[in-house]
Write a protein that binds this ligand. Sequence first.
Ligand SMILES: O=C[C@H](O)[C@H](O)[C@H](O)COP(=O)(O)O
Length: 220
Amino acid sequence: MTQDEQKRAAAQAAIQYVPIGAVIGVGTGSTANYFIDELAKIKHKIEGAVASSEATAQRLHKHGIDVLDLNTVADLPVYVDGADEITKHLHMIKGGGGALTREKIVAAVARKFICITDQSKLVNILGSFPLPVEVIPMARSYVAREITLLGGHPALRQGFTTDNGNVILDIHGLQILNPVELETTLNQITGVITNGLFARKGANVLLLGTDAGVETITVG
Ligand SMILES: O=C[C@H](O)[C@H](O)[C@H](O)COP(=O)(O)O
């Protein structure tokens, strides 16, 4: 299977986790887009969706799926999204598309995070993929200096503004041995909105598209 076929297969497998009549949290990116295409096929069986980005909201609208304000949603049983890297402990790096903050908010509300990826995303140690950090623009230089003190090499994502009007610093050169600790440390730097480590609250289920089909990985 090609990488795209693996993504599509994982997205198709996620449909079994969608409860009838529920509101569904929907992630951002190429794999989440495959999931939206699948969700559209059963749109009359769900109440609607909460989007983790403007791009996802637009795609949901285009497919005729109602997009709800998260503040009006009492129960979000499931959030389905891709990842840039994921370990067998289901810790992730996300935010390659810059949607990390809204993704983390929707994931925080959801009872279950279903991660859908192709097999290239499964790694032993997080950090080969540069770790995105969303930063208030006026704090950009200060936050970059603080990240350097932690041993990372931050690079401003050129010409990019998040849906929240902020900038992204991508941290290169990290070997993330303790993702829970680093997630907390980075979030304590003044000016940081959040970072792309999803470790304190990781995924509950990984649906991994592979050459041999979709593998289901859970923790504990
Ligand atoms: O901001 C983007 C998101 O975190 C995506 O979930 C992540 O970048 C994976 O995207 P893709 O499915 O396109 O590889």
